[in-house]
Structure formats: structure tokens, C-alpha cells
Design a protein around this ligand. Structure first.
Ligand code: GLN
Length: 534
């Protein structure tokens, strides 16, 4: 059997949850024992989102191989329970960059280089690359943006051609659309969907399946109407109804036999799907018996997408601890006075400081670390969060007045967080941080070693600054334990203290490896300790 290709497009408006819908289809097909991979196409000109502000883009997700990519890759990995690579996220910037590089090398033999066929060929080759000489059964490619966007046109043209190249039985088009409910008229409106499908058909793509995002179930009448006007069979009009837990979406699709339909249309030779474990997870997630409240303190809190993987990791860990997760968002850039802050923090069961860049909000974070340390509140610091933990310890326990990171104060007398010599040489911004998987050796008899239950772990990184080796002795002498280090002992990966229920910082990002059925051990134990305190 050759590789099958599924393309997911979006219509009407953005933010309909195309990433989760794509991931859900991936999970369903994987549950048949098929080898599935997922790909996101982002039509913007940036090479990757690594240089974008979180307010523009949301979280920058990091893969094992160190690519900085779209947060949808996070959804894909969480639903597929697998690790993806830099090939799973492509942008217009990458496509044009590679075509222009080839042109300069003279590879087009004197031809005029054009969007069709040169850009579209490049796009197709990036999609087909994922088939890995047919070892993958299904490649699902999600096209970012909304049908009708100017910058998405070359991608839609490329995927249109894919049916011509690979045949009807090997390609499928799924369109996610919005069916709004108009309260005053007391009815669903199907017109926006009709328009967006018409737009797709004008390009030459007739969707095989429609996923209709709506806030309640469509009636048979509406389904028929959509089917008739959009030229899609009745059973292929699938309801993507709003749910409380995103992990329920594959089950909602399965209930409407979406997976069976895909299997039939693509002629996939499979047995029965196995969704049992997933179903149990969703059941547990929906009816926990306890609650846990975590204060998440960062400066991008207005845009929750900036902390997507953090939120999901806390959620996985809460479910595994049989707790309903509540998050208290604290904007470290707009902090209340100290007393109010203490009162707010006191009400939470645990405190988390996630990663971040730039000086804004840093002093607020350092205050919060101090509160957590002194009041024995379970605390998890991630990346910048760990760096703040080291700065706080240096200032308030080791007496290093004004200790700081050189990211925030170049002239500090105690640069406890600093650039290593190899980073100092780097001038370019894109893709030049310490990125992706790095091994970390855990010290015996520490919290970190206990949490992981192993001697060596690999976790994903995305940062430029490190704990400065110059201050290691001073910090350790006063009780800060570096319980995780790089195998050559030069890089500090985990810091903790003893005599506190849970006070731990990781230079890496454990949130990128947490999965619903396999929560990150760091998050799992952090939530566990927070609940004990409560
Ligand atoms: N700004 C810090 C650094 O570059 C931390 C980065 C992060 O939290 N991801 O090292």
C-alpha cells in the first residue's frame, strides 16, 4: 500500500481549532495500527516562529531535533504520543528560501522561476518527504490560515495538484468550517460554510469531508442542507461540536464514524480501532474527585496560547492525580503590592514560573520565588523560572546584592546567569539558541532523581543563558543543589533545595514532553506535592 495524503483546510474564520481537529484525525487513524504523521504548513514568510513575539504567534514549540515551530506541533505530539521533527512544520519562508537558493546555484537551468510549478513543486516535495519512501501509511497536512488568504494560495494549488499526481484513492480533502448559531433567529447559519466551500471549489478542490464547528449539535435538517449546497455526502458532514476537554474530540468524531469514512474512502486495509486507553483518560479527566489550584506567573498571561504546553502539562498531571485543575494567572509585569501578592499566592496550592525573554516582569518573578521558598509553597521554575530561582537564591541567601542575569543587567556585580563564551560569538537571532534535546545526568539522592526514577534523561531546551560556572561553588555552599547537569558537568540543568516540599527549577522545558497518557514526571510530582500541601 502506498502512502495516503489527507489535507486539512480551514474556512470562514481562524481559531476554529484546526490543529486539534487534525491531531484528532491522526490519533483516530493511529488507533487502527496505521503509521501516521502530521504536518503543519504556515503561510507566513518567517523561516520559523522562533523570532516572533508570543503575542503574535503564541507559544514557540520545540521538537527533539531542536526546531522552533508552531504550537500545533505540540497538539500533534500530544495526540499522537510520538516525536516529530523539523520536517513536520514548513513555512512560506522555508519554501521560498530553498527555491531562491536553488536558483542562485543555477539548478533551474536558465528557466524563469515561477510560483507554478517551482514553488508548488517545492511544497509537494516537502509533503512527500514525510512519506519516507512509503514507510508511513498516512500523511496528514494541515494548511494554516483560512481559505481565501492571499499567502495560502500556492499551498492550496500544490495540494490540488497532489490529487492529480497521486489519484483520487490516495488523497483526501477535509475542510473545517464554522456554523454559527444566531440566537435571535434561533437557527444555525450555513451560508458562511457554503461560501468557503465555494471558494475552495473555485481553486479546484472539492472537499470530501466537512468538519462543522458549532456550539451545539446540528440537526439532520441542517446537515442535509450543508450536504446539498456543498456537494458533500450526508455522512461526511461531521459535527465538531464544542467540548469541555479537547481530548474528547477524537471520540466525538469516532461516534460519528469519521474514522470509518476515511478508512473506506482511502481504501485502507485495517481491522478495528483501539481507543480504550484514550477513552479512559477522557473519563478520568471529566470527573476528578479533587481540585488543585496553580498560580502561573508570567508576562504573556493575556494570551493563553503563549503557555499552551504548560497548560496542557498541568492538565495531564492533574488528571493523573485525580484533580480538577484551576489556574490562577498572575501578570508579573503588573503586580499588586507585596501584601496583596502574598495573599493571592497563599490561596494557590502551587506556583509555577514558566520561560520567558526580556527584563519585563523579572523583578516580580524574583519576588514570587522568594515567597515560594520562604513559605514552603510547592514551586516549579522553568527555564527563565529556574534562572529567577538562582538569582533569588544568590541575592537573598548568598548575600550577593544585585545578583542578576546579564540578559537583564550587563553591569551586575554578580552575573550568576550569563552567556557562555560560545553564545557570546553568535550575532544572528534565528535558530541560534541552545535548542532541542540535551542529556542531563541526575545526582543520586535528590528530588530530581526521585522524580524521574532514572540516572539520565533527555529533555528539550530553548535558551541562550546558563547558570554561570563561576558561582557554582558559592551557590552550592549555601545549599542550592544542582541535581541535574550535562554529562560533562558544565551546564546546570536542574536546581533544587532540601527541606522544602517541592522547590525545583529546570533549565529545560519538561512541558514539551508531557502527554495525556504519560504526564511529565516533573509536572506529575509538582502537582502531587501541591495537593499534599492543600
Ligand atoms: N531568556 C532566557 C534565556 O535565553 C530564558 C529563556 C526561556 O525561558 N526559554 O536563557
Amino acid at each position: 500500500m502506498g502512502t495516503k495524503y489527507i489535507f486539512v483546510t480551514g474556512g470562514v474564520v481562524s481559531s476554529l481549532g484546526k490543529g486539534v481537529a487534525t491531531a484528532s484525525i491522526g490519533l483516530l487513524l493511529k488507533s487502527y495500527g496505521l503509521k501516521v504523521t502530521l504536518q503543519k504548513i504556515d503561510p507566513y514568510i518567517n523561516i520559523d516562529p522562533g523570532t516572533m513575539n508570543p503575542y503574535q504567534h503564541g507559544e514557540v514549540y520545540v521538537t527533539e531535533d531542536g526546531s522552533e515551530c508552531d504550537l500545533d506541533i505540540g497538539h500533534y505530539e500530544r495526540f499522537l504520543h510520538g516525536a516529530l521533527t523539523r520536517d513536520n512544520n514548513i513555512t512560506s519562508g522555508q519554501i521560498y528560501n530553498s527555491v531562491i537558493t536553488k536558483e542562485r546555484r543555477g539548478e533551474y537551468l536558465g528557466k524563469t522561476v515561477q510560483v507554478v510549478p517551482h514553488i508548488t513543486d517545492e511544497i509537494k516535495s516537502r509533503i512527500m518527504k514525510l512519506a519516507g519512501s512509503n514507510s508511513v501509511d498516512v500523511v496528514i497536512t494541515e494548511i494554516g490560515g483560512t481559505v481565501g488568504d492571499i499567502e495560502g494560495q500556492p499551498f492550496l494549488e500544490a495540494v490540488r495538484q497532489m490529487r492529480l499526481d497521486h489519484g483520487r484513492n490516495n488523497t483526501m480533502y477535509v475542510h473545517l468550517t464554522f456554523v454559527p448559531y444566531i440566537k435571535a433567529a434561533r437557527e444555525f447559519k450555513t451560508k458562511p460554510t457554503q461560501h468557503s466551500v465555494r471558494e475552495l471549489r473555485a481553486i479546484g478542490i472539492q472537499p470530501d469531508i466537512l468538519l462543522c464547528r458549532s456550539d451545539s449539535w446540528l440537526t439532520d435538517e441542517e446537515r442535509k442542507k450543508i450536504s446539498l449546497f456543498c456537494n458533500v455526502t450526508n455522512e461526511a458532514v461531521i459535527d465538531a461540536v464544542d467540548v469541555e476537554c479537547i481530548y474528547e474530540i477524537p471520540l466525538i468524531f469516532h461516534k460519528q464514524k469519521l474514522d470509518q469514512l476515511i478508512v473506506d474512502l482511502l481504501g485502507l486495509d485495517v481491522g478495528e480501532p483501539d481507543l480504550e486507553e484514550w477513552r479512559l483518560f477522557v473519563e478520568r479527566a471529566k470527573s476528578p474527585t479533587k481540585t488543585v489550584e496553580i498560580a502561573v506567573c508570567g508576562k504573556y498571561v493575556e494570551l493563553r496560547d503563549s503557555y499552551k504546553s504548560i497548560i496542557e502539562s498541568l492538565y495531564h498531571a492533574a488528571v493523573a492525580n485525580d484533580a480538577r485543575l484551576k489556574i490562577k494567572w498572575i501578570d508579573t509585569d503588573r503586580m499588586e503590592d507585596d501584601i496583596q501578592l502574598s495573599n493571592t499566592l497563599a490561596l494557590s496550592d502551587g506556583i509555577l514560573i514558566p520561560g520567558g525573554f526580556g527584563i519585563r516582569g523579572v523583578e516580580g518573578k524574583i519576588k514570587i520565588v522568594k515567597y515560594a521558598r520562604e513559605n514552603k509553597k510547592p514551586f516549579l521554575g522553568i527555564c527563565l523560572g529556574m534562572q529567577c530561582m538562582v538569582i533569588e537564591y544568590a541575592r537573598n541567601v548568598c548575600g550577593m546584592k544585585g545578583a542578576n542575569s546579564t540578559e537583564f543587567d550587563d553591569n551586575t556585580s554578580y552575573p550568576v546567569i550569563d552567556l557562555l563564551p560560545e553564545q557570546k560569538k553568535i550575532k544572528a537571532l534565528g535558530g541560534t539558541m541552545r535548542l532541542g534535546n540535551w542529556p542531563c545526568q541526575l545526582e543520586p539522592k535528590t528530588l530530581a532523581r526521585k522524580i524521574y526514577g532514572r540516572d539520565v534523561v533527555e529533555e528539550r531546551h530553548r535558551h541562550r543563558y546558563e547558570v554561570s560556572p563561576k558561582y557554582l561553588k558559592a551557590l552550592s555552599d549555601k545549599g542550592l543543589i544542582f541535581s541535574g547537569r550535562s554529562p560533562n558537568k558544565k551546564l546546570m540543568e536542574i536546581a533544587e533545595i532540601s527541606g522544602h516540599p517541592f522547590f525545583l527549577g529546570t533549565q529545560f522545558h519538561p512541558e514539551f514532553t508531557s502527554r495525556p497518557l504519560a504526564p511529565s514526571p516533573v509536572f506529575y510530582n509538582f502537582i502531587g506535592s501541591s495537593m499534599k500541601k492543600a
